[in-house]
Design a protein around this ligand. Structure first.
Ligand code: KIV
Ligand code: ZN
Length: 390
């Protein structure tokens, strides 16, 4: 089976930056953009230029500096938005305008007080406006996750006919279940006659914790691009996490997909985003959390020390993480204790460890985690007792 490349559209600097408290200035955005280019993303959404002069400046500066990736700017289905996005992208080697409108009845009625027919016309119109500036146009059907499939298919067919080269199917509210999102993509594949003229893009939010699963389901159904952010940052519960979808495709080669991402840079990239945005990464976050490669229970530690693959499906080196950790808590076992003593230069017999382990448990029950100093103290006491006994 021949593997298929899935494009990675990074929106850390746009959807990710919408997180309260995560706003970045132009310098910070440019620095991260350069790192994202090195990471190997295919498309980088640099911002929403009409939203503020600062964001306009960021998109312009990023456009000037990046050489290989497509730089994308967001706009609403409003002529002025599109003109300003095009202006901000003026220096981009590969500019993309991302424009669109809400297509679910929630958006059509509550947000726009409009009709399906009127929104259909506006969708086509915004793509035509964008075509005046570039051939690379991505159309988003906001809240596609809750949009009636038949109507969505008509809109998608029309925007492709008008010149959209990528069609983004956002599950804006993170509502879909994986099989439903996959079925939506399959429905478009089967019911939009000109669908082969455009790349289908997945843009999933994480309100039910399903953004990653939904994006993969979309790819399995025929989507060719995933929109995602570093550390899964984004509106409310966040967006699809870049590191997760990339590593799923990497670990499950049998699925037949690959990306251009240099996985060894995933952890450094995660730290750079977390530092710049001052947004800590949850310790149990897959791939980039501080506990992603830590083992703390006795059963796991014993298995891991015999063969790492017993409890680790990813080698931390593959994703640029620190080496796996054996953490000592009251749930740890003798082999973990012996291993940690060994790392400090103490090699003990089975009998020594049996005695030390009882002392270790007394300390461990009163602490969350046993540190190096605690081990040194245990060793010190033990040596003294042994000497006295002799
Ligand atoms: O979630 C969403 O629908 C979006 C669009 C603006 C692409 O972010
Ligand atoms: Zn979004």
């Amino acid at each position: 089976m021949q593997s298929k490349r899935v494009l990675i559209f990074d929106t850390t600097l746009r959807d990710g930056e919408q997180v309260p408290g995560c706003k970045l200035n132009t310098k910070e955005k440019v620095e991260l953009a350069v790192q994202l280019e090195n990471l190997g993303v295919d498309v980088l959404e640099a911002g929403f230029p009409i939203s503020s002069p600062g964001d306009f400046e960021s998109v312009t500066s990023i456009s000037r500096i990046l050489k290989n990736v497509t730089v994308c700017a967001l706009s609403r289905a409003v002529q002025k938005d599109i003109e300003v996005a095009a202006q901000a992208l003026k220096y981009a080697k590969r500019p993309r305008i991302h424009t669109g409108i809400g297509t679910s009845d929630y958006h059509i009625k509550s947000k726009f007080n409009s009709t399906r027919e009127e929104i259909f016309q506006r969708a086509v119109q915004c793509v035509k406006w964008a075509r005046n500036f570039t051939d690379d146009i991505e159309f988003y059907a906001e809240d596609a996750g809750r949009t009636d499939n038949e109507y969505l298919a008509k809109v998608i067919e029309a925007v492709i006919a008008a010149g959209a080269t990528t069609v983004n199917i956002p599950d804006t509210t993170g509502y879909c279940l994986p099989h439903q999102y996959g079925e939506k993509i399959a429905y478009l594949k089967n019911n939009v006659p000109n669908i082969d003229k455009a790349v289908i893009s997945c843009h999933c939010h994480n309100d039910l914790g399903l953004a990653t699963a939904n994006s993969i389901s979309g790819v399995l159904a025929g989507a060719g691009q995933i929109e995602c952010t570093i550390n899964g940052l984004g509106e409310r519960a966040g967006n699809t996490s870049l590191e997760e979808v990339v590593m799923i495709m990497q670990q499950h080669k049998d699925l037949g997909y690959y990306t251009n991402i240099n996985c060894k840079l995933l952890n450094p990239m995660s730290r750079a985003v977390s530092d710049a945005m001052r947004m800590p990464v949850q310790p149990n976050k897959a791939i980039v959390g501080s506990n992603a490669f830590s083992h703390s229970s006795g059963i796991h530690q014993d298995g891991f020390l015999k063969d790492a693959e017993t409890y680790e499906i990813i080698n931390p080196k593959e994703v640029g993480a620190d080496e796996s950790k054996i953490v000592l808590t009251a749930r740890s076992g003798r082999s973990a204790l012996a291993h940690r003593f060994q790392k400090l230069g103490f090699t003990y017999s089975r009998n020594d460890i049996d005695v030390l382990y009882q002392e270790f448990l007394k300390v461990a029950d009163s602490k969350k985690e046993i540190q190096e100093e605690d081990l040194l103290q245990l060793a010190h006491h033990y040596h003294n007792e042994v000497e006295v006994a002799v």
